[in-house]
Design a protein around this ligand. Structure first.
Ligand SMILES: [Fe+2]
Length: 311
């Protein structure tokens, strides 16, 4: 009985944090990221962008927490990155390492910030105004990485299955597509926030019911397995027509809140995907370019423990 009350209270608190802070990071800490976002808006405010394409993207992102847009200047940057990668690949260089979680995605082997000054151009050109417009403040990048996704004959795994990242609600995941992108390239599939909320509201009791039905205790791995199965079932039954999947020419920018339900990076045979991924956060001071020049922007963790930390 007591355990049941505890479960229900946990469901309620977690759902409240998801609705209020857009975050599944845990109800005890979700609020600290929102608080810092408000501070950033007060201390380092930024206006809505003037460019109508980016403006529309901000509005769409506010409503659905997923959007994509394309600007001609982005295509030029993407083509330059693609040319460099192609030349180095043709010269026999090993560019991709460490398949992530044994799924379809491999990481760029070098130092992204150092090797590609274009990354700064993306931020200072087509992407920055979107981040500033959405945050209403300056922004900072927790990390950026470049992926090559290839077809994995064993089938989709981990991040290529429907899931939600349990990160801060203030994080915006941005993908910069280096090549022209079609659905078969495994471009990320995302459920708009409203649909994800409906699923989250049913999730915890549903997972407990399924575990009980199988007579098993809910350990971490088993919970994840049940969650993958439940998301897959419910999305194919009820939400298939709501899935958003960005496609477009090289330089396409797509973004999603990583707390919404998504899956990605599972190309069909004969296809591949090359993207740069940014994890962007609001900042209470102007973006510290000198810091990135000094340290790079490599991944050091999945999210910042302290939203006010320097990064
Ligand atoms: Fe993810």
């Amino acid at each position: 009985m007591l355990a049941q009350i505890k479960s229900l209270a946990g469901d309620w608190l977690q759902m409240r944090a998801i609705r209020t802070h857009g975050s599944r990071v845990g109800w005890k800490i979700a609020g600290r990221y929102t608080d810092y976002w408000k501070k950033a808006q007060r201390d380092c405010p930024r206006a809505m962008p003037v460019n109508p394409v980016i403006r529309t993207a901000v509005e769409r992102f506010r409503a659905d927490r997923v959007m994509s847009y394309h600007l001609p200047e982005a295509a030029g940057i993407a083509r330059r990155i693609a040319r460099k990668l192609d030349e180095r690949e043709a010269a026999g260089e090993r560019l991709w390492i460490d398949r992530v979680d044994l799924n379809s995605n491999a990481n760029y082997a070098g130092d992204l910030w150092l090797d590609f000054p274009e990354v700064k151009e993306i931020l200072q050109g087509p992407l920055g105004p979107f981040l500033e417009g959405y945050f209403g403040s300056a922004y900072k990048i927790f990390f950026a990485t470049m992926y090559l996704s290839v077809h994995e004959p064993a089938g989709p795994k981990t991040s290529s299955l429907w899931h939600s990242d349990s990160g801060p609600g203030t994080c915006v995941n941005v993908m910069f597509h280096i090549d022209d992108t079609v659905i078969e390239d495994g471009t990320t599939e995302v459920l708009p926030w409203g649909s994800a909320l409906e699923i989250f509201a049913r999730e915890r009791p549903e997972i407990r019911r399924r575990a009980a039905r199988e007579g098993r205790e809910l350990t971490g791995d088993f919970r994840r397995e049940l969650q993958y199965r439940w998301y897959d079932e419910v999305i194919s039954q009820l939400y298939a027509d709501r899935i958003v999947q960005a496609t477009g020419p090289a330089g396409l920018i797509s973004a999603f809140a990583n707390n919404t339900i998504h899956r990605g990076g599972y190309p069909q045979p004969g296809h591949r995907r090359r993207v740069i991924i940014f994890h962007a956060y609001p900042s209470d001071r102007p973006t510290n370019w000198a810091l990135y020049d000094e340290r790079g922007i490599k991944k050091s963790g999945s999210y910042p423990a302290d939203p006010a930390a320097e990064f």
